[in-house]
Ligand binder design. Sequence first.
Ligand code: FAD
Ligand code: N01
Length: 542
Amino acid sequence: TGQQVLDEADGAQIKQLDAIVIGAGFSGLYMLYRLRELGFSTRVYEAAEGIGGTWYWNRYPGARCDSPSVHYSYSFSPELEQEWEWSEKYPRQPEILRYLNHVADRFDLRPAIQLNTRVVSVAYDDVTERWTIQTEQGERVSAMYCITAVGCLSAPNTPNFKGLEAFKGHIYHTSRWPHEGVDLSGKRVGVIGTGSTGIQAIPRIAEQAAHVTVFQRTPNYSIPAHNRVLTEEEKASIKKNYRQLRQSDRQSHSGLTLNVNMRSALEVTEEERQRRFDEVWAIGGLQMLAAFSDISVNLEANTYMADFVRTKIGEMIHDPEVARLLMPHDHPIGSKRICIDTEYYETYNRNNVTLVDVRTYPIEEITPTGLRTQNGEYTLDAIVFATGFDAMTGALFNMNIRGKNGQSLNEKWAIGPRTYLGLMTAGFPNLFIITGPGSPSVLSNMPVSIEQHVEWISDCMQYMREHRFTSIEPRVEAEDAWVAHVNEVANHTLFPLANSWYIGANIPGKPRIFMPYVGGVGNYRVKCQEVADNGYEGFRLG
Ligand code: FAD
Ligand code: N01
């Protein structure tokens, strides 16, 4: 699809499209599907050798999602829902990747996806009012619309430790895990990082390696997943009830239907509180934070739960000093992404696992034979970086996006991202951001948020076509008001109390701004719909 025109400046052939989509994960695939259905000539550019995004890249041992499979899937096709069968409550990475590949085949999406193609610049032309992307290979493509589907957790963060290049063993980043797998048997392995990824990977690595040394800077709260194979009855019941389930996910706070207790943790007796905590611990997973209505907003309520989890950690770990080190103490529970594990804490009872506190004694350097902290040296054959991502803005900034008058997105957002509804930013007409900062995105079960964004964007493009508009961008006042609202809502919660990647604290020099919108998936959806129903209120259409 699309046609070629000659570039006046250098005579090169430039493909002309209606829409360019960057990224072929959950977001890019559905965006392509919708735009193709609506008859927009569209092409997807993807840096990886395969589709799947997060699930293509993150192949570390133990990788799986912690949204239940039935919720962590597309809802747009009832046929797809009926024919696909999830095997486990929380599917492993290969299963999710298989699912996304199935979607690409089933809806014949591959012909419009160009793999192995990293976009390195995205520029708006004030005269033609079109976007031109340039790929790493030098190909240029022009379109009226550019839609970024580059992921909130796709730009890996590898701390620049002194001596990194001199290490004689192997270095791995969990999100760039070799496809052929890694045989760690008999190896002395160091793992840096104890976020969701480290917590999933460490138990599986410990089963293989001769010895695992975990370098922990901040202990995290982790809740047991209690993962299991889905029974035939469960599968049948899920398939029967998909419509209600999806509807309820869309209206929920987190994009995931949880059994939320509407009572405050402060209004019940100590016994009742304990009983409820025991109950949710036994269920496991994300249900934990729904134990009471005020866990995320009231520090006293939150502390009750945090104390409960610390007690559980104490009960699981044999060595009291190791238990003390594993107990989170510097942030409220849930103010960083809560971790969900399978045998994480128990792993520290193994005699081939050592926990090293690099908060008190920071990592000084990687040596040719291992790693040195301020109070010890560790000989290692391999180092695993489970050090996360330059979240939410990293992948966008890597593309050198320039809007009207050549304004750089990186400069516009230098002191924090500014969007209207997380969907667009003023000065960058016809550039849509899927799950951008200022939308619920990473605070939600993401397929629900992704579908809502994709549908809003494609509806908007259709509306523009029907009403003969060629340009849309937020009004600055609407953007300012939305940014203020995003901050205000966040300040009513305990989220700003943690040094999390939600506020950019994991990347040295990144501005400290709470990036996602914590107002809830259901409320946010209503707000976006109202904006559209009022003729795209807050946007300038031209
Ligand atoms: P991604 O899947 O990140 O895809 C973005 C794609 O864009 C990538 O393939 C990337 O290569 C490509 N790209 C980026 N920049 C460029 C460029 N310049 N040029 C070309 N291509 C580019 N969410 C949940 O809701 N529940 C979970 O349980 C859950 N588990 C997760 C587990 C892990 C290990 C991680 C890392 C994330 C998890 N997430 C989870 C979040 C997850 O990222 C989203 O659920 C979802 O997969 C995001 O899809 P996406 O298409 O928006 O982005
Ligand atoms: O990354 P993280 P992640 N020296 O940033 C440490 C999703 N996800 O890949 O906390 C020493 O959370 C850092 O320490 P500190 C999910 O949304 C979901 O684990 O900054 N340590 C931290 O311990 C998740 O939140 C699943 O002090 C350093 C770790 O590295 C998001 O992805 C699974 C360091 C990074 O933790 C990111 O998770 C996996 C340094 N210089 C991921 N720099 C599910 O199952 C960093 N660290 C849903």
